[in-house]
Design a protein around this ligand. Structure first.
Ligand SMILES: NC(=O)c1ccc[n+]([C@@H]2O[C@H](COP(=O)([O-])OP(=O)(O)OC[C@H]3O[C@@H](n4cnc5c(N)ncnc54)[C@H](O)[C@@H]3O)[C@@H](O)[C@H]2O)c1
Length: 314
């Protein structure tokens, strides 16, 4: 018996890249898959690939930035396969640029596809799962969101993308807290892999090239087994944020506070200046780490290098 037999999964943006790999793996593990993409041809191509290997899938072309489009995914799952168990939010785009060059359209489109595209599907899936639970059915559901190191570690040149991806972490953790009572788990992954998105990012195309031999650490399919694990009915993990690349899986730890001042009355500006000027917890580190950053870019590069020792560049 395969890990996901009897489960129905939606994968958004599954026409290419990581989403395609997730859809192929979930189907290979026995899930019936609703393959979403804004490109109908791309979605149908993945459905055909799944069917060719004996899997079960249906295409659901829709724009996840639309509330109605998101609802159509949940409706398709329920009408075609009778229920929904797994929601993999993956669809994404980039429109990179510095804040001084940011246009309203670049902001709205990127925040729309990522953050609203996650919120809309989570909303409609939550409506379905709450209804199932209230009808007395046992729900063992899983939401897997897609964030990014850019959202957690704040990437210059990606203000829109980083903001949306940070919002996805907050949305996912709220979902984990709100929906647990209905039998729904929610986790997020921050992947790194070779796709059309990273191929278009200056510097990443060469870095993510496939090796001539040995483990292809940047292959997007390396990310999908974690999605399959989080999707399984027996998995209990919820409220976690994973970094996943090659053969490395790591957990991001959340925000913490460092106590700075305590008193009995309102501070004056002068007192604050006297006590906080030059405070080590508010000073940019020697490695360029901002005061609020838990991990510097250097730390992150070391993490990636450990994940992909053969590349020598990460
Ligand atoms: N590739 C990486 O290294 C990496 C790193 C961090 C995060 N991510 C995230 O992983 C996800 C997948 O990225 P990828 O690298 O596979 O990119 P990709 O461009 O290969 O795939 C994204 C897919 O989403 C689809 N899509 C775009 N807008 C859509 C919409 N409105 N509705 C439905 N589908 C839509 C696209 O048509 C495309 O098929 C994204 O959320 C991305 O931000 C990727």
């Amino acid at each position: 018996m395969a890990t996901l037999d009897g489960r129905t999964a939606i994968v958004t943006g599954a026409g290419a890249g990581l989403g395609r790999e997730h859809a192929l793996l979930l189907a290979a593990q026995g899930a019936a898959v609703v393959v979403n993409d804004v490109s109908a041809d791309a979605a149908q191509g993945v459905v055909d690939d799944i069917a060719a290997t004996g899997g079960t899938a249906v295409a659901c072309p829709a724009d996840v930035t639309s509330w109605e489009g998101a609802q159509s995914l949940i409706d398709t799952a329920v009408q075609t396969y009778g229920d929904l168990h797994v929601l993999v939010n993956n669809a994404g785009i980039v429109r990179d640029g510095m804040i001084v060059n940011l246009t309203e359209d670049a902001w709205d489109s990127v925040v729309g596809v990522h953050l609203k595209g996650h919120a809309a599907t989570i909303h409609w899936a939550a409506v379905h799962w709450r209804g199932q639970q209230k009808a007395g059915n046992t729900v063992t559901a899983s939401i897997i969101s897609t964030t990014s190191g850019a959202g957690i570690l704040n990437n210059p040149g990606q203000a829109n993308y980083s903001s949306a991806k940070a919002g996805i972490v907050a949305l996912t953790l709220v979902a984990a807290k709100e929906l647990g009572r209905y039998g729904v788990r929610a986790n997020a992954i921050a992947p790194l892999a070779r796709t059309q998105m990273t191929a278009a990012t200056p510097g990443l195309g060469d870095m993510f090239a496939a090796p001539e031999s040995g483990f292809d650490a940047w292959h997007p399919g390396n990310v999908s087994p974690l999605v399959g694990y989080l999707a399984s009915a027996d998995c209990a993990v919820t409220g976690a944020v994973f970094h996943v690349v090659g053969a490395q899986v790591a957990a991001f730890n959340g925000w913490t506070t460092t106590p700075l001042l305590e008193g009995d009355d309102r501070w004056s500006i002068d007192d604050l200046a006297a006590k906080l000027d030059g405070h080590p917890a508010l000073t940019i580190g020697d490695d360029g780490r901002l005061p609020a950053e838990g991990m510097s870019s250097h730390d992150f590069q070391q993490l990636m290098a450990a994940a992909v020792p053969s590349s020598g560049q990460a």
